[in-house]
Design a protein around this ligand. Structure first.
Ligand SMILES: Cc1ncc(COP(=O)(O)O)c(C=O)c1O
Length: 209
């Protein structure tokens, strides 16, 4: 099988090289992650390929939604295996890193199901880079918010500005807090923002980095 991967501007060359060594053809584009998703989709259509990525969009057909859904189901195996290895594990807080949100939402759904009959549900906290804070912004406005342009953060795989429409409702329902990993120089800008999501629990919880 031939695999073509599109990676966003700012991708470390070594990261791309590692993927090439696995046999894929890799292009680093001069655009952000979300634009790469669109380029990849068009490329797949042109080359009769299978388009594999985990952002579900509002415009996706039922068939197109299947791939993000399969990826989300696959992510759940992380916690399945973790609980098989440590069955007594009872985390009080779980930090879930968000790019487009598929990873975080699948793990959030797994946790809700796993602990549904228990008195204490672990507190789920979404985490994302301040430069790509689409879930943080969505938590503030209560609407699905996009971030566009350059997302210049070292948290490469999390620099996504378009939330997955499959992930967003799950995160909105289950995640109590969205935390942004914020650089000290931007802290003043964010301080004082409040969030309508579950107001009893939410708050701004910034980590300097
Ligand atoms: C370990 C890990 N966490 C989080 C993410 C971000 O996932 P998503 O874009 O589904 O939010 C990725 C993406 O590849 C990942 O590999």
């Amino acid at each position: 099988m031939k695999v073509k991967i599109f990676m966003p501007v700012g991708t470390e060359l070594e990261r791309a090289e590692r993927i090439r060594r696995l046999g894929a053809d890799v292009d680093i584009l001069d655009v952000n992650y979300d634009a790469c998703v669109i380029v990849a989709k068009l490329y797949a259509v042109d080359h009769q390929g299978l388009f594999v990525q985990d952002t579900a969009l509002e415009t996706d057909s039922e068939k197109e939604l299947k791939i993000p859904l399969y990826i989300m189901q696959g992510y759940m195996s992380i916690l399945q295996e973790a609980f098989e290895q440590i069955p007594s594990m009872r985390p009080t807080h779980i930090l879930l890193q968000c790019g487009v949100g598929s990873f975080a939402s699948s793990l959030a759904a797994f946790i809700q199901n796993k602990f549904r009959d228990e008195v204490e549900m672990p507190i789920l906290i979404g985490v994302e880079p301040a430069e790509a804070d689409c879930f943080f912004r969505s938590a503030q406005t209560g609407e699905l918010e996009l971030v566009t342009g350059e997302m210049n953060s070292i948290m490469a795989g999390l620099c996504c500005g378009v939330p997955s429409t499959l992930a967003y409702p799950i995160l909105r329902y289950y995640v109590r807090r969205v935390t942004i990993l914020i650089r000290r120089k931007y802290l003043d800008y964010y301080n004082g923002w409040t969030m309508p999501w579950r107001p009893k629990y939410t708050g701004i919880f910034a980590i300097h980095c």
